[in-house]
Design a protein around this ligand. Structure first.
Ligand code: FES
Length: 113
C-alpha cells in the first residue's frame, strides 16, 4: 500500500505535485516517476548533486542527518540552503508522510523570486 504522501513544490513555488510513496523508496526515484525536474545524473552515487532539493523547514528535522559526504556535495550544489538535501540519499519511511520538498530554482536556470 502506498499511503505515504510526498509533496513536490515547483521552483517558482506555484505548483505542488503530491506523490504517493512506499517505505523503502528513495526520494529521487519518486521525484522522477512524477516528472519532477531532478536529473540525478549519478544515480545515487553522491557524485553529482543534480538531485538537490530544498526540504520544508518543518520537515527537515524528520530526516536522518546527512553524511559528511552528502554535506560536501551540497556545498557544491547551486542555490543550496540550510535545509538542502540530496534526494537520492533520502529513504522514505512512514514518518515522512507529508514531507514537502521544493525543486531549487537554479535547476531550471531561473532566479528565485
Ligand atoms: Fe547524484 Fe544524488 S543522484 S548525488
Amino acid at each position: 500500500m502506498s499511503d505515504i504522501k510526498i509533496n513536490f513544490v515547483s521552483a517558482d513555488g506555484e505548483k505542488t505535485v503530491t506523490a504517493a510513496a512506499e517505505a523503502g523508496d528513495d526520494l529521487l526515484r519518486i521525484a522522477q516517476v512524477h516528472d519532477q525536474p531532478l536529473e540525478g545524473t549519478c544515480e545515487g552515487q553522491m557524485a553529482c548533486s543534480t538531485c538537490h532539493v530544498i526540504v520544508a523547514a518543518d520537515d527537515f528535522d524528520k530526516l536522518p542527518e546527512a553524511t559528511e559526504m552528502e554535506e560536501d556535495m551540497l556545498d557544491l550544489a547551486a542555490g543550496a540552503r540550510r535545509t538542502s538535501r540530496l534526494a537520492c540519499q533520502i529513504t522514505i519511511t512512514a514518518e515522512l508522510d507529508g514531507l514537502t520538498v521544493q525543486i531549487p530554482a537554479e535547476s531550471r536556470n531561473m532566479q528565485g523570486v
